[in-house]
Design a protein around this ligand. Structure first.
Ligand SMILES: *Cc1c(COP(=O)(O)O)cnc(C)c1O
Length: 352
């Protein structure tokens, strides 16, 4: 297993950043408390016997809007002024953040415009439209959809709600880390789905501030993993985007990444890659053994345990189930054991 090394000076600055991140997480907890669900953390008998150590599931897929993204979006939108709310908010999204922003904006009496690429699954797009948001589909990658943002800010005066690389977003997602330590005080390992790193940065900041020796491991798909490629390069890099069952983990981290790259570099103990068929097996296992419907990104922690890719170490393992927004037809096919050709070379899903 590979370790991600950090340079000495980088680590020092990150210790400071993560200490201040922790105080932001505590403020976020108070700010969003009445607007989100504090999801349960439950013991899994089947995964514990499979793993050979205690396993707990953080049920964040039962969050309002079907993913944890509501925490960061709510923490951001609740800090906007009346004047900013009246201008409306805008964001680029792989789907779940857009739905969370649409929901939180509506709850705050504002309006939202959500920019998405053609890769975003239909079920996610229609949920966002149902919340009354204005949807713009542009390009065939998250990065292309994001390029529409600047125009909307300049021409329509809308306020950007970033998807991950922003202190308010990281702090909001970090509240999950507080709840994990409250529920499982002797936590040894936390398994976190890793996309552009807001969830991992937030959870790792909070968990490591309270439990210095706990390990936080990022999990992502094999192809098009932008944070993994960036950590290996030592700086943010752009990768080609592929279609994946873990669609919520796709998209770049931004070449001008300010926070999530450094926090992930210095706080994650490992980044582990899962193949499409392993992710599919995770979705199936969660349904068969836990009666839980999970989207690919949400099931990637279960997938990593089923694939035997997580070393057993001291203390319980907490798996963050991050989302449930999978199309019902795709889910039916996957749990029936059907082979759904996602992200395989030559399957015709190879965008740009
Ligand atoms: C966004 C998302 C992730 C990844 O979060 P990042 O902050 O982008 O790393 C994981 N799972 C689900 C369901 C998501 O919507």
């Amino acid at each position: 297993m590979e370790r991600i090394n950090s340079s000495g000076s980088g680590r020092q600055s990150t210790v400071w950043v993560s200490a201040s991140a922790m105080s932001e997480v505590l403020k976020a907890k108070r700010r969003i408390r009445d607007h989100i669900i504090e999801t349960p953390t439950i013991y899994s008998t089947d995964l514990s016997s499979l793993h050979g150590a205690e396993v707990f599931l953080k049920m964040e897929h039962h969050q309002i809007t079907g993913s944890f993204k509501l925490r960061g979006a709510t923490n951001t939108i609740l800090q906007l002024t009346k004047q900013e709310l009246s201008r409306g908010v805008v964001t680029a999204s792989t789907g779940n953040h857009g739905r969370a922003v649409a929901y939180a904006a509506k709850a705050a009496g504002s309006s939202a415009t959500i920019c998405m690429s053609r890769l975003v699954p239909e079920n996610k797009v229609s949920e966002i439209i149902q919340l009354g948001a204005d949807v713009r589909i542009t390009g065939s990658s998250y990065d292309e959809a994001e390029s529409e943002l600047g125009r909307l800010v300049n021409e329509e005066g809308r306020v950007i709600v970033h998807a991950s690389d922003d202190p308010a977003i990281i702090a909001g997602q970090g509240t999950i880390g507080l709840e994990i330590v409250e529920a499982v005080p002797n936590v040894g390992t936390v398994l976190v789905p890793l996309g552009s790193g807001g969830l991992s940065a937030g959870i790792a900041s909070a968990v490591k501030a309270m439990r210095r020796h706990a390990r936080v491991i990022g999990l992502t798909m094999e192809r098009g993993a932008a944070m993994k490629a960036s950590l290996e390069a030592g700086h943010p890099v752009q990768v080609k985007e592929y279609e994946s069952l873990a669609d919520a983990l796709c998209g770049g981290i931004g070449l001008n990444n300010k926070l999530t790259f450094t926090l992930c570099r210095d706080l994650l103990d490992d980044v582990i890659l899962l193949s499409e068929s392993e992710i599919s097996a995770g979705i199936r296992y969660a349904y068969d053994h836990e009666n839980e419907v999970l989207e690919g990104a949400g099931a990637i922690g279960v997938a990593s345990l089923v694939a035997g890719k997580i070393p057993r170490i001291q203390g319980p393992t907490v798996v963050v189930l991050s989302g449930r927004n999978i199309g019902s037809e795709l889910h039916r096919r996957l749990i029936a054991g059907e082979h759904v050709p996602f992200g395989e070379p030559g399957d015709g899903n190879d965008h740009n």
